[in-house]
Design a protein around this ligand. Structure first.
Ligand SMILES: *Cc1c(COP(=O)(O)O)cnc(C)c1O
Length: 405
């Protein structure tokens, strides 16, 4: 489904812009966007791109151009969205555990607010009454997600207002005469099963009966993408059909049309991304052969944080004979990108490409070990465009304040 840029183009990008470098393919992002919206036809789903996955302004503008809205989880993500040209109405603000001041700033900017705890709901009602509509994030307590760290719907999760607290929610709303225009759930990342979504959907549909002013229902995200060849992924077409049918039935029961929203991050951008690194050393130990590259968990933390799998390809020698390597970073702490990987024979100086590096790559990167963050390049209409310069030592120092000793 997604187009793949050829390895020679990736190699030329590594040569031109240096390594390590994040590369994104615009066509892949656009294709994924189209695939998602098409899966829910005849409904016009509204997509709110979860920009924490990849927030370079050029990517935001690309998705805006396709018709997407934005899901922001911090006030600065709201600002990034506004600067990229999204209207306030196109932006959904879905923070977790932020102070009421940040919510007020977002209200002043005019974006749609999504509230995820009763304390803030009360403060919101107290401050705005029925003058500003808001959405409520409910936690349906469905166990979903590829990994406990990325599941958000379970009983111990800090996200959303428990569906069992619905009576309390309704009490607050009634007391302050609040206008609730949306219901929301986001049960986690890497959900495989259409059934899980539908289970959550039923819970939201049931709750919706108590909210007469709804304009939309937001099913969040969690669509799984393929990490390995033949990996099972969310069947978006099957999911689309099942949810669309049930949603249309539900809106009939509800009595009028409602909008259906999703807020995917990974699904839209993960497969578009390639992280290119250079092999610094081949190090043979008694137990394995390490490939040490010019990057580490400072630039791509997902393998160490979530045990995520990124396929690795030696694009300098794609046809070489296969050998087994453990690919590691240069950080002074264990930072393994992949154990026992079959790679085409690697030589020092070879460029390796990590696939599925579009989501939660650069946005989770840091300056650990005083390493600068990588450059970013977008392949757009067949041409490579630099969209973020590599950081410099001066960038790292610019906010330090010297005292006189
Ligand atoms: C992170 C997040 C998403 C996106 O999740 P993906 O797995 O990247 O699609 C959507 N909604 C909210 C509220 C989130 O926090």
């Amino acid at each position: 489904m997604s187009s793949t840029p050829d390895y020679s183009l990736l190699l030329s990008i590594a040569n031109e812009f240096g390594t390590p470098v994040y590369v994104y393919d615009a066509d892949t992002i656009v294709n994924q966007y189209k695939r998602l919206t098409k899966a829910f036809e005849p409904l016009h789903v509204k997509v709110k791109y979860a920009c924490k996955a990849l927030n370079n302004s050029n990517i935001l503008k690309l998705l805006k151009h396709e018709g997407s809205g934005l899901d922001a989880v911090s006030i600065n993500e709201v600002h990034l969205g506004l600067k990229a040209g999204f209207t306030p109405a196109e932006i959904l603000f879905t923070p977790n555990c932020v102070g009421f001041d940040e919510i007020k700033s977002a209200v002043e900017l005019g974006v749609q607010i999504n509230i995820d705890n009763i304390s803030i709901l009360e403060q919101f009602g107290n401050e705005y009454g029925d003058t500003i509509p808001c959405c409520i994030r409910l936690n349906p307590h469905i166990l979903a997600g590829g990994n406990k760290k990325i599941s958000t719907g379970h009983i111990d999760s800090k996200f959303g207002i428990s569906i069992y607290q619905l009576r309390h929610v309704l009490r607050v709303i009634k007391t302050y005469n609040m206008n609730i225009n949306g219901l929301h759930m986001h049960t986690g990342s890497d959900i495989l099963d259409a059934g899980v979504f539908l289970q959550g959907a039923e819970i939201l549909f049931d709750a919706a009966k108590d909210f007469p002013d709804l304009q939309f229902i937001d099913f969040g995200s969690g669509f799984k993408v393929a990490y390995k060849e033949n990996d099972i992924t969310t069947d978006i077409e099957e999911l689309g059909k099942a949810i669309t049918d049930r949603f249309l039935e539900f809106t009939k029961e509800y009595g009028r049309e409602l909008e259906l929203w999703f807020e995917p991050g990974k699904f839209l951008v993960s497969e578009s991304g390639y992280f290119l690194v250079k092999t610094n050393v081949i190090k043979q130990t008694t137990a394995t052969v390490f490939v040490g590259v010019d990057s580490g968990l400072n630039h791509l933390i997902r393998p160490m944080l979530y045990d995520s799998y990124h396929e690795i390809i030696n694009i300098s020698n794609p046809e070489g004979k296969q050998r087994i390597y453990t690919v590691v970073g240069y950080i002074c702490e264990t930072d393994t990108f992949g154990w026992d990987r079959k790679l085409s024979e690697v030589h020092e100086g070879d460029i390796l490409a990590f696939k599925n590096a579009g989501a939660y790559g650069i946005t989770m990167s840091s300056n650990y070990n005083a390493r600068v963050r990588p450059a970013e390049v977008l392949i757009y209409k067949g041409k490579a465009h630099l969209i973020r310069k590599r950081e410099t030592l001066d960038d790292m120092l610019k906010n330090e304040v010297a005292i006189n000793f």
